[in-house]
Write a protein that binds this ligand. Sequence first.
Ligand code: BG6
Length: 484
Amino acid sequence: MDNMTFVLFGGTGDLAKRKIYPALYNLFIDKKMPEAFSIIALGRREQSSADFQQNVAKSLQTFSRRTVNDPATLEAFLQTIRFTVLDANQVEDYHKLRSLVESREQELNIPQNRMFYLSVAPEFFDVIALNIKDSGLGSTSGWKRLIIEKPFGHDLQSARHLNEQLSKAFDESEVYRIDHYLGKPMVQNLEILESSNPILKALWSNHHIANVQITASETVGVEERAGYYDNSGAIRDMVQNHLLQVLMMVSMRLPGRGDANEVRMKKKNVMQSLRPLQKEDIAKNVIRGQYAAGQMQGKPVPGYLDEPGVPAGSKNDTFIATRLWIDNYFWSDVPFYIRTGKRMKEKSTRIVIEFKEPLKGQNTTNDPNLLVIEINPNEGIFMQLNKKNPRNDSKLEPMRIHFHENGKDVPEAYENLIFDAVRGDSTFFAHWDEVELSWQYVQPILDAFEEDSVPLHQYPAGSNGPEASDQLLAEDGFKWWLDT
Ligand code: BG6
């Protein structure tokens, strides 16, 4: 792994404190950081590097996956960090930053390999990228890379515009777009599950699979984020990025273990095979919901419209369920269902693969075979098969074979992703083609919501979403599995 400098824009922000420093620290402990590296954190308010290091120490104590109990390791990590003030719009500040980066490179005798992590509001993405270029910070004798977080655009047009701007300063191969779902261990496992298990590989297509259900339900409501969320909704916040990425990961067919390029091509193929939604099909295939008042764990909670900061009469979607078709050789005629919502009964991100039941309709009491991949909060896999119950007249009943990953020592999504970016592996990042194709898929839905041509169903907080979402599957003879 190359020695390098990690420049963090938004170094005093919430994401940095909760996720990025803890990830870097845990990678450091695991010896998954380069031998010599420097971290330069940027923020708007002046403070000394020494004070800043103490703030990072506090964040680590609160948010690190591992307990911070070795003072020498902590100190060695903190010593890699420097803080400097930067106003994203001030060109001179980038020149000062450049001097600092260069002086640290000389001090540590490391090459000009520079990672720029933009943990900032999206309106700063292009400003910062262009200033990196104009100030010469991006003209290195080593490599340069850019990490950005979602949201990548607000719709197809703005995403394209942003990409054009970024590509003035960085080549596509240098851009690492984080989708934290792609960092989740079980999502990273999908490729391996399919490609290195002949049993599953043989079954992984429309010959044997009846439908695929991807759920990301949350118990939290809009929280303090109405300003962002009310302009975004579940469709932009979860579907366009996280859930379509999971869909690609589960349905791409790799001949063996793929490298970044192969994965990118296969994911792109999936997106190109997605059946586009015509205007008249949207209301039939997309269920839009918004939570009303209800009960969460026995306590009453307000509806979306009564949450702080939500505009009166907002028609924002806090729930989406949708049916998609991948019209390719492997998946034609297999419905994929995606569902996500806030204030749902339980926090659960999972994929359920329901297998075809050859004897369906022939007086059998078989339950279908299921393969369930639990992504969050539990990480695990289980299979549902059928067996006889010897205690009950040998009646047929389903049984479940479980595997659970022990959570404590599993690296977090941000550790996986930062580690990959540092070593230049873009397998688990969202590439531009996929992002553009995802926006293309979602755009007609955004337009329909804008025109209000899709019903907005209310669902009580603490439920499994609107009934219309159950109806969507019932139309095809299916149901959502594992709803409690
Ligand atoms: C974020 C969304 O990207 O993902 C949030 O902006 C959502 O609204 C979160 O709560 C869900 O992530 P996770 O990892 O808890 O499933």
